[in-house]
Design a protein around this ligand. Structure first.
Ligand code: SF4
Length: 278
């Protein structure tokens, strides 16, 4: 069984993923990390969602493909490893031909990723922190850097080249995402050092859309530094470092995109209706 919280076209991923027809996202409930600032708190922490069978998941992928999306985008599917590998094999045997995107916190074991070798076309990993103390403080996990860095190296091993179609929609490759946190630009620079050391051709998505969620606001005495958005100066500082460290490919964001309107909603009735017709 799988537990999912949302299925549908998503237009706000990187342009090479969303294109003009959208990315076919399937949000899985639960996450390997528990970030206090998570914008999808109700599914990552509270695990809101509906349980579905492997057959239903295959049907959802084929339905999204029929809707015309550019890819199937599996969001936080890390806990499913072997079952996900079986399901993707079945989906491909049943006619799934568009690229499969694996959208992950990167806090996962290399052995699990190896089970997916040959089944994932595009890896979309986060690299959240270089400093393990920040990972412990904000996301409640130990040894983040060691675990996530090995995971990203494995993803690059599986997809060593970034391949696009004539419309510059990604067909294969890796895009590493990094969310810049207020007052932590120096840690962001260390993250860029790491990415550059893996492969300076890697695409990097530098995200500036951090905003203090309701959960963060209720913890204001514990995390006063997280009660604000990042400044343009912080964003520019990290962007300049991106070039300084020799990185070549990436995506940047307008800081005014830091609004809650872009955060998906999780309406289980809508999902239930969709499941009932498949
Ligand atoms: S890794 Fe992403 S989805 Fe998971 S808790 Fe953190 S912000 Fe949320």
């Amino acid at each position: 069984m799988f537990k999912i919280a949302r299925v549908g076209k998503h237009l706000w991923e990187e342009p090479v993923i969303s294109g003009d027809r959208g990315s076919g996202t399937i949000f899985f409930s639960g996450c390997t990390m528990k970030c206090i600032f998570c914008q999808n708190y109700e599914i990552s922490h509270d695990e809101k969602g509906i349980e579905i069978s492997e057959e239903k998941l295959v049907s959802l992928m084929l339905w999204l493909q029929d809707e015309g999306v550019h890819n199937i985008n599996l969001v936080t599917p890390s806990r499913y490893g072997l079952s996900l590998a079986h399901t993707l094999e079945k989906a491909k045997l049943s006619g799934l031909v568009i690229p499969v995107v694996y959208n992950t916190s990167s806090y996962e074991r290399v052995e699990m990723l190896r089970l997916l070798d040959g089944l994932i076309d595009i890896y979309l990993p986060d690299m959240k922190y270089a400093d393990n103390l920040l990972a412990k403080k904000y996301s409640g996990v130990p040894n983040y850097f060691e675990i996530a860095s090995k995971a990203i190296c494995e993803m690059r091993r599986q997809q060593p080249n970034d391949i696009f179609d004539g419309d510059f929609i990604m067909k294969k490759g890796v895009i590493v995402r990094h969310l810049i946190l207020p007052t932590h630009a120096e840690d962001s620079k260390k993250v860029l050092d790491f990415i550059s050391s893996v492969d300076n051709r890697l695409y990097v998505s530098l995200m500036g859309q951090y905003f203090p969620t309701k959960q963060v606001e209720t913890l204001c005495s514990l995390f006063p530094e997280l009660q604000k958005r990042i400044t343009q100066a912080e964003y520019d500082d990290v962007t300049e470092y991106f070039f300084k460290v020799g990185l070549k490919n990436g995506f940047s964001q307008e800081l005014n995109s830091a609004i809650e309107d872009y955060v998906p909603t999780f309406d289980l009735k809508e999902l239930q209706n969709l499941l009932s017709i498949l």
